[in-house]
Design a protein around this ligand. Structure first.
Ligand code: NIG
Ligand code: FE
Length: 414
């Protein structure tokens, strides 16, 4: 054992069931041990238990006395766009002055604004800017993150983004999953020629991304004013041919049909879902696809909140993710996302935490490695103050309770 943490007031998220997700009523339960210890060897959780049975150790083990503090499994944030250049606070002002997200996009702002900035930014600079956000989310408790391309919108710039994601993967302790989102918007060179853009995406971008091994997943913004169900089906099919599993942006702006087309192509997750009917919920119940809700985007854009409560009551697993991006959710604070899940979607604290950890891991195909305190999973967890109760965690939503963060057993700066 390299490190032994003792006197843990509560160890949260303990689970030896090897489940890849938690669904429906079971989401209300989260495993906990009080007065516990946890041991770390070679970056993974070697064992844990109650203090009565703390193991013997030799001088090579570093003992860390948690002194009644609590330990939580790191967040698994399964939907972000944290590689981007600059920021878009001008659009924030436009929104304050009454324009909608769609109106801003129609005027050439939004995603295309970020694409212009990304084009003008060097790969090194883009990496430096993204790493500031990566280190920020690490300090806020995230241990595994999915990052999308989608601010390139031409072959060269999409590849540039994906190389930056790969560099983050190689240089940071955070676990990274990479998604190709060329179908985020139509690139400027193809203005008015959307089908030409989709053809180029399928014939040039997908083969090149696959050849360079730059993405595990493929995503499409299937929504009003962006990509149609038919275009989405074509892109997902092509991606699957090249070994990239589908994820989907759907039902943010309209009931788009995106949920169904995602499910038809065995999407790992369908994300956003601010607008949903019984038809989509029934289709999800009959599928293996995990619905992912992004309350930070609803908060920031003043949109309806995804109906997490209704989905859990229908027996579904849900994941909660931040959607960290410059336009609709300029924050990757998963504690805030958990609090929004409780406050705005009426999730219980245990449901929201499960959604932000093991179910997020599932939405990235990573449940065997992260998402809970389980033997042999990565030693990804954070230490908080001693809390009066689990409910205090989402309740005290701006109190800085996170004291230390460990990823792969290594202490990270907070
Ligand atoms: O998930 N909805 C589409 N894409 C992002 C927003 C991107 C942007 O505005 O830059 C999202 O909300
Ligand atoms: Fe998104």
């Amino acid at each position: 054992m390299n490190r032994l943490f003792i006197n843990i007031g509560r160890l949260i998220g303990v689970d030896e069931s090897h489940r890849d997700r938690i669904a429906g009523k079971a989401m209300a339960e989260i495993g906990m041990l009080s007065n516990a210890w946890i041991g770390v060897s070679d970056g993974t959780i070697s064992d844990y238990g109650k203090m009565e049975s703390v193991p013997s150790y030799d001088a090579s083990t570093e003992v860390i006395d948690i002194d009644g503090g609590w330990i939580f499994p790191s967040f698994c944030d399964s939907h972000t766009h944290i590689v981007y250049a600059g920021s878009r606070e001008q659009e924030f002002l436009d929104k304050i002055n009454g324009l909608s997200y769609e109106e801003i996009a129609k005027r050439g702002g939004g995603i295309l604004n970020s694409a212009d900035r990304l084009h003008a930014t060097s790969e090194d600079e883009l990496y430096e800017q993204a790493m500031i956000r990566v280190n920020e989310i690490i300090a806020k408790g995230t241990g595994c993150v999915e990052i999308k391309s989608g601010y390139g919108l031409n072959v060269g710039d999409e590849l540039k983004m994906l190389r930056v994601i790969r560099r983050i993967k190689e240089s940071s302790q955070i676990t990274v999953r990479s998604t190709f989102l060329g179908a985020h918007a139509v690139g400027r060179e193809y203005a008015g020629r959307q089908s030409g853009y989709v053809d180029m995406l399928c014939e040039e971008m997908i083969p090149e991304v696959a050849k360079q091994g730059l993405a595990e997943y493929i995503d499409v913004f299937c929504d009003k004013g962006f990509f149609t169900v038919q275009e989405t089906a074509k892109i997902l099919k092509k991606g699957l041919e090249y070994g990239m599993l589908p994820k989907i942006h759907a039902n943010e702006l309209d009931v788009s049909g995106g949920v169904q087309v995602g499910i038809e192509h065995n999407a790992v997750s369908v994300d956003h879902l601010e607008r949903i009917t019984d038809v989509e919920i029934d289709a999800l119940v009959r599928s293996n696809t995990i619905p992912t809700v992004l309350p930070g985007a609803s908060f920031f854009l003043g949109m309806p909140y995804g109906q997490g409560r209704r989905m859990i009551d229908a027996g579904l697993p849900i994941a909660l993710a931040s959607d960290y991006n410059p336009g609709s959710s300029p924050s990757g604070d998963m504690r805030f996302v958990v609090s929004l899940g409780c406050i705005k979607m009426k999730l219980t604290p245990a449901e929201a935490l499960n959604a932000a950890t093991i179910n997020g891991a599932c939405a990235m195909g990573m449940s065997s490695k992260v998402g809970s305190i389980s033997r042999n999973k990565l030693a990804n967890f954070y230490v908080t103050d001693a809390l009066p109760s689990l409910a205090y965690y989402p309740y005290a939503y701006t109190t800085p309770i996170i004291k230390n963060v460990f990823l792969n057993g290594a202490e990270m700066p907070v």
